[in-house]
Design a protein around this ligand. Structure first.
Ligand SMILES: [Zn+2]
Length: 364
């Protein structure tokens, strides 16, 4: 029962399947929702249901088998990050001239084309939409429905205008999915030709339940933490890197502690020293900054008498102790400073230096 594997937003899934049953599924569907809310998973499931070779029914509505050759091949696109990396690597291996003319696609089934934003700008480009236009008017080869999934709404202007032309006259056998975190990024004329469905965030308890099933290796307080940090997105919870988060949080707590209650300067130096320039260092420091923000946010909640709102529930006692030494002004100033480090990072200022300055500026 594959649709049963989709977590949350049952009403939206139900409505889409109902439309499918009545053969009234719109030709253009906007799936909106935060990162990890299941937009891509749902679009692929619908692509499978539209093309399944032994379609089934559950709760009286169309479902898919998950095992036939169409379901299997479409399902191979499920790990979007991995397929995307493969496509990028394949392009990297081309000759210079071909590289420039090659646009990125993920295609594991002849009738289902996934269109990711094209690096390095990470925008949907006009040549990608051109490929859609070139193929969409041919009947599906091995399935019943041509499916196109745009995984992001960052369209270059010319690309958006080209897409609009397709949406004005889509063939009866094609469905286009537009996935977006913010439907406002799409041209109003594109939105008005589509039906918009917004996937809501799930309550933390639902995500904890999901994690109890899928991450039995995590302890209950860890599952509670991840459920809160993933902000209602099952996809984020599932792929959450608890180890990296814990490491970054250890550093973040040490930085705040040293600023608020004093401490070992040598220890702090060792931490900031470990943040080095380079691609890996960049990711690491971005994680540290996000983690610092989440701790400051928690301190703010404790300060304002709402400790039940904190996300880092597993270290609540330690945060409460820290909050005793902080006040609103300090937290606000720290957040400002952090924003400065963040901006400096974008301009590629030396990382460990700006971190040191940040830690020093926080001292009371
Ligand atoms: Zn199937």
């Amino acid at each position: 029962m594959p649709f049963a594997d989709f977590h949350g937003n049952a009403e939206i899934v139900h409505r889409l399947r109902e439309m499918m049953a009545r053969e009234r599924l719109p030709h253009a569907i906007v799936l909106a929702g935060g990162r990890g809310s299941g937009k891509y998973t749902l679009a692929l499931m619908l692509a499978q249901a539209l093309n399944c070779l032994s379609p089934t029914e559950t709760d009286g509505l169309p479902d898919f088998c998950g095992n036939c050759s169409n379901c299997t091949r479409i399902g191979q696109a499920a790990d979007l990050d991995a397929r995307f990396d493969e496509a990028v690597e394949a392009r990297e291996n081309l000759r210079e001239t071909d590289k420039r003319e090659t646009r990125l696609f993920v295609q594991t089934h002849p009738d289902v084309l996934v269109v990711p934003p094209d690096p390095p700008q990470m925008m949907i480009k006009v040549d990608q939409v051109r490929r859609v236009i070139e193929t969409i008017y041919y009947r599906p080869a091995e399935g019943r429905e041509k499916v196109y999934i745009f995984t992001d709404s960052a369209f270059m202007k010319e690309a958006a205008n080209s897409l609009l032309k397709v949406l004005e006259e889509p063939p009866e056998f094609a469905t286009i999915f537009l996935l977006t975190e913010n439907p406002g990024e799409l041209l109003p004329t594109i939105r008005s030709r589509s039906m918009v469905f917004t996937l809501a965030a799930l309550p933390a308890e639902d995500i904890e339940k999901y994690l109890a099933e899928h991450r039995p290796d995590w302890k209950p307080p860890q599952r509670a933490l991840v459920a809160r940090l993933s902000e209602g997105a099952v996809g984020r919870a599932r792929s959450f890197d608890l180890e990296a988060y814990s490491a970054a949080r250890g550093h973040a707590v040490a930085i705040l502690k040293s600023a608020l209650v004093g401490g070992e300067h040598g220890e702090l130096f060792k931490i900031t020293e470990s943040y080095r320039p380079g691609a890996e260092g960049k990711e690491k420091i971005e994680q540290l900054i996000r983690t610092l923000y989440s701790l400051l946010r928690d301190l703010m909640f404790i300060q304002s008498g709402e400790p039940e709102m904190i996300r880092n529930t597993d270290i609540a006692a330690e945060l409460k102790r820290l909050a005793e030494s902080a006040d609103f002004d300090w937290i606000a100033a720290a957040a400002d400073r952090l924003a400065e480090v963040d901006r400096g990072l974008r301009r590629n200022l030396l990382r460990s230096l700006s971190l040191d300055a940040f830690a020093a500026a926080l001292e009371k």
